[in-house]
Design a protein around this ligand. Structure first.
Ligand code: PEP
Ligand code: MG
Length: 588
C-alpha cells in the first residue's frame, strides 16, 4: 500500500506549509486577492465634511462587523465570536478615534491617510514584539484599518464566492474566514500566518482543513487549479496526477468511514484485550472543544490551558470573569473532573511584560512568572477556588522546576483560602493540587514532587524540548525533536516509577498521548491516564481496545534497552504488525 511519505516524496506539484486545521479535501482553487487600497495623501479644506465622512465610515464598519459577529456567534458560539467583539471595541476606542479626529483637524490631511498612519503605528509596535501571538493580532488590526479606509472610499466588500472551493489567499482575516465558510469553502491555503492565527483557530473550530504559512501559494496556484489540501501533514498538491488523485480519494473515503465507525466507540471503555482500563481525558485549548470533549467520550478534562482565555478575550480576565468561566466549565463537565492549569504565560506564549528575554523558553515562564506576579496569580487561585464548590476541579502548575516553587504556591493557596473564608465564600477546601512534569529536574525528582502534591501530569511537548535541547517551534531542528528518543523513554520510566512509589495519580497530557505509535508504548510503560485533544480520543480508544497490555508491557521493556530512536520505532512497528492493529496516525 502506498503511504503519504511515498506519495509526497517525489511529488513535483507539492507545496508545504503549516498544518493548521486537520482534514483532507480535493476541490478547485479560488484565489482571493484583496484589492490594494490606494491611500490618498491630499490636503483637505472642508474639515467638517472630513470628520463627518470619518464618522460615517465608522458606523458602516460597525454595521458590517455586527453582521459578521452574529454570523460568527451562530457558527462558532459566543466565546469564539469574541474576536469580532474585540474588533468592534477598537472602533469605539476613545483614544484611537480621538487621536485620529484631532489629527484630521490639525494636520488637515485626508482622513484615510491619517487612519492608515495612526493605526499602522500600533501595528509596527506589535510586530516589533517578535512574538507570534502579537504579530497575528497586528494582522487582525490590518483588517480594521482597511475596513475603515474602504468605507471612507465608499468601496464594497467582496465576500460572495462560488461554492465548494478552496480559498487561496495571502492572508485571511477572521472575518474573511467566517464569510467564506458560509459559502461552503472546503479548505484554506494562505501564504502567511501561523498556528495561532485566527484563520487557523477558526478553521479548526469549523473543521475546515487549512494549510497556512506556505509563503508562495498565491504565486504558484492559479484560479481553478485542482488542489489537494492535506491539513494533517501541512501539504498541498496542485493539479494532482491520476495516481495522486486516486490515492487521496481513497484516503478521504477511508477517513469518512473511520470517522463514522469511531463515533460508535464513544460509549465503550478504553480497555485492553486483557482487561486493563485506561482513562482518557481531554485537553481543552479552545472553548469549542468542550463540546467535542463531551461527545468524544472523554472522562473529564485533563488539561485546561487557562491562558487560552487571554487568547479568546484578547486580554487578561478579571477574577470575577475567570470565576465565571471556570464555574461554567466545571458545571458543564460535572461530575467529571476538570484540571485547570495555572496560566502558562511567558516562553513563546504571550508577552506579559515589556522585558524582552534572550531565551524566553528558559526564562520567566509558567509558575516562575506567576510567583513573581503574585496579584495575578492570587486572582487566578481565588477564582479557581471560588469555582470549585462542586468539588470537580483540580489545579495544576506549569513549568515547575523546583520543590520550593510548589511550597510557595501551596502557601499562597492557603492565604487565598483564608481570604475567601473571611468573605464567607464557599469552595472545595480539599481541592487537589498537581504539577506538570515538563522540566528534566522535575522528572528526575518525580517521587519527591509526588510526595508533595496530589497528582502529576507529564507535559511531553516541553519535556522533550528541554531534555534534548531542541526548541519545539524551530523548523531548523525539528528533525531532532524526537519523542522516541531513548532518553525520553528512560525519563518517562523514572516518572512512572516515582508516582507509583508515592502512590499518586499520574497522567500524560503532551501531544505524544495522541500519537498512534506512542500509545501502546505509554501504556506498556505503565501510564493509566492519557489526556489528549478530544478529536483524537476515538482513535486512541480504538488502538487501546485492540492491544494486549501484557504484550505492550513486554514491548516497552524491550524499547527501554534500545540506544537509538530508530530501534525503538522499529520495535513499536513490529508490535503493531504482531497485534494486527491498523497503524493509522491520528485518524489517517
Ligand atoms: C506540554 O508541554 O506537553 C504541555 C501539555 O503543555 P503546553 O503544550 O501547553 O506547553
Ligand atoms: Mg508545556
Amino acid at each position: 500500500m502506498i503511504t503519504f511519505d511515498q506519495i509526497y516524496k517525489d511529488a513535483k506539484n507539492k507545496m508545504t506549509g503549516i498544518a493548521a486545521a486537520p482534514g483532507l479535501v480535493i476541490a478547485k482553487a479560488y484565489k482571493f486577492v484583496k484589492e490594494e487600497l490606494e491611500i490618498s495623501k491630499l490636503e483637505i479644506t472642508n474639515i467638517k465634511q472630513a470628520l463627518s465622512d470619518f464618522d460615517d465610515a465608522l458606523s458602516k464598519c460597525k454595521k458590517e462587523l455586527n453582521k459578521i459577529l452574529l454570523l460568527a456567534r451562530d457558527i462558532m458560539g459566543n466565546k469564539r465570536a469574541i474576536i469580532f467583539e474585540a474588533q468592534m471595541m477598537i472602533l469605539d476606542d476613545p483614544i484611537l478615534i480621538g487621536t485620529i479626529k484631532r489629527r484630521i483637524k490639525y494636520e488637515k490631511m485626508d482622513p484615510e491617510f491619517i487612519v492608515d498612519d495612526e493605526i499602522s503605528k500600533y501595528q509596527k509596535l506589535m510586530f516589533k514584539a517578535h512574538e507570534a501571538y502579537m504579530s497575528e493580532r497586528a494582522h487582525d488590526i490590518e483588517d480594521i484599518k482597511s475596513r475603515i479606509i474602504r468605507n471612507l472610499q465608499n468601496k464594497k466588500l467582496k465576500s460572495k464566492i462560488s461554492k465548494d472551493v478552496i480559498v487561496v489567499s495571502e492572508t485571511l482575516t477572521p472575518a474573511d474566514t467566517i464569510l467564506f465558510s458560509r459559502s461552503n469553502s472546503k479548505g484554506f491555503v494562505t501564504d502567511h500566518g501561523g498556528l495561532t492565527s485566527h484563520a487557523a483557530i477558526i478553521s479548526r473550530s469549523l473543521n475546515i482543513p487549512a494549510v497556512v504559512g506556505t509563503h508562495n501559494s498565491t504565486m504558484l496556484i492559479h484560479d481553478g487549479d485542482e488542489l489537494v489540501v492535506d491539513g494533517f501533514h501541512g501539504c498541498i498538491i496542485i493539479n494532482p496526477t491520476k495516481r495522486q488523485r486516486n490515492f487521496f480519494n481513497r484516503k478521504i473515503k477511508h477517513l469518512n468511514e473511520l470517522q463514522s465507525s469511531l463515533k460508535e466507540l464513544k460509549n465503550n471503555k478504553a480497555e485492553t484485550t486483557d482487561g486493563k482500563v485506561i482513562e482518557l481525558l481531554a485537553n481543552v485549548d479552545v472553548t469549542g472543544e468542550i463540546d467535542i470533549a463531551k461527545t468524544s467520550g472523554a472522562q473529564g478534562i485533563g488539561l485546561y490551558r487557562s491562558e487560552q482565555i487571554i487568547a479568546e478575550l484578547g486580554n487578561f480576565a478579571s477574577e470575577n470573569e475567570q470565576t465565571e468561566i471556570y464555574r461554567k466549565l466545571a458545571s458543564r463537565m460535572y461530575p467529571q473532573i476538570v484540571t485547570i492549569r495555572a496560566l502558562d504565560i511567558g516562553g513563546d506564549k504571550f508577552n506579559f511584560s515589556e522585558i524582552s528575554e534572550p531565551n524566553p523558553f528558559l526564562g520567566l515562564r509558567g509558575i516562575r512568572l506567576l510567583l513573581k506576579n503574585k496579584n495575578l496569580f492570587k486572582a487566578q487561585i481565588r477564582s479557581v477556588l471560588r469555582a470549585s464548590r462542586n468539588k470537580n476541579i483540580q489545579f495544576m502548575l506549569p513549568m515547575v522546576s523546583s520543590l520550593l516553587e510548589v511550597r510557595e504556591t501551596k502557601n499562597l493557596i492557603n492565604v487565598c483560602k483564608k481570604e475567601l473564608k473571611k468573605n464567607k465564600e464557599k469552595f472545595d477546601n480539599n481541592i487537589k493540587i498537581g504539577i506538570m512534569i515538563e522540566v528534566p529536574s522535575a522528572a528526575l525528582l518525580a517521587k519527591e514532587f509526588a510526595d508533595e502534591v496530589d497528582f502529576l501530569s507529564i507535559g511531553t511537548n516541553d519535556l522533550i524540548q528541554y531534555l534534548v535541547a531542541v526548541d519545539r517551534g524551530n523548523d531548523l531542528v525539528s528533525d531532532l525533536y524526537r519523542e522516541f528518543h531513548p532518553a525520553v523513554l528512560k525519563t518517562l520510566k523514572i516518572i512512572v516509577d516515582g508516582a507509583k512509589i508515592s502512590n499518586k495519580q499520574l497522567s500524560l497530557c503532551g501531544e505524544m498521548a495522541a500519537d498512534t505509535l506512542a500509545i501502546p508504548l505509554l501504556i506498556g510503560l505503565g501510564l493509566k491516564t492519557l489526556s489528549l485533544s478530544p478529536a483524537t480520543i476515538p482513535n486512541a480508544k480504538r488502538i487501546i481496545r485492540s492491544l494486549s497490555y501484557a504484550n505492550a508491557k513486554k514491548m516497552a521493556e524491550e524499547c527501554l534497552k534500545f540506544t537509538t530512536s530508530h530501534g525503538i520505532i522499529s520495535r513499536i512497528e513490529k508490535f503493531f504488525e504482531d497485534s494486527k492493529i491498523k497503524r493509522t496516525r491520528n485518524i489517517i
